[in-house]
Design a protein around this ligand. Structure first.
Ligand SMILES: Nc1nc2c(ncn2[C@@H]2O[C@H](COP(=O)(O)OP(=O)(O)O)[C@@H](O)[C@H]2O)c(=O)[nH]1
Ligand SMILES: [Mg+2]
Length: 188
């Protein structure tokens, strides 16, 4: 069984907790009715015939992310389609993670939440898709309230992690082979 960690980031109020509780517990709490809020969940899922154990954590700031063990992790970067500031924060979140990991490329999915509030929409789908394209990253619009596309977004992040790991393993194998070819003088 594979253990993956999903880190949910984004501006306060975009629906990170709501997406997590909808995904893990199939529940949605509206305004002013939040029980004791968890910020870590664990869920076992079957995706494409494989079983995964997912650790799902929420964080709003970089310090918290840095404190965690960062192996085998993907990021769900969430904004609200009703809030431009939260959309602008997506780029900053990505840049923070790139800097922290000292890598351009890491497994992530961009999520525009609150599609049930269509009348308050500030960010078009096209604008978000353009952003996702620049990072070569999947993009979903979701509603934690209506349970629209929530599972799809979390599942896609598992697939991105698989893809990323297999790419990196190939690279590792390649460089090992090259070392074997060139390391003629090493005697063990
Ligand atoms: N209409 C609507 N409200 C949502 C949705 N997701 C979250 N909310 C509400 O937005 C507020 C903030 O959600 P929360 O999950 O606490 O955001 P967080 O700060 O990112 O964890 C709460 O009042 C939620 O009920 C959604 O998909 N649709
Ligand atoms: Mg929260």
């Amino acid at each position: 069984m594979m253990l993956y960690r999903h880190i949910v980031v984004g501006k306060g109020g975009v629906g990170k907790s709501a997406l997590m509780t909808q995904f893990v517990q199939r529940r949605f709490f509206g305004d002013g009715y939040w029980p004791m809020e968890e910020d870590t969940y664990r869920k076992q899922v079957e995706i494409d015939d494989e079983i995964y154990l997912l650790d799902i954590v929420e964080t709003e700031c970089q310090q918290e992310i840095q404190g965690l063990d960062l192996k085998g992790e993907g990021f769900l970067i969430v904004y609200s389609i009703t809030n431009r500031e939260s959309f602008e924060q997506v780029t900053r979140e990505i840049e923070k993670i790139q800097k922290m990991k000292e890598k351009e490329d890491f497994p992530m999915v961009i999520v525009g939440n609150k599609t049930d509030l269509e009348k308050d929409r500030k960010i078009s789908q096209n604008e978000a898709m353009d952003l996702a394209k620049t990072y070569n990253c999947p993009f979903f619009e979701t509603s934690a309230k209506n349970n629209h596309n929530v599972q799809e977004a979390f599942y896609q992040l598992v697939r991105e992690l698989n893809l990323y790991n297999s790419k990196n393993n190939n690279k590792k194998n390649q460089s090992q082979n090259e070392n074997q070819k060139t390391d003629k003088c090493t005697i063990f």
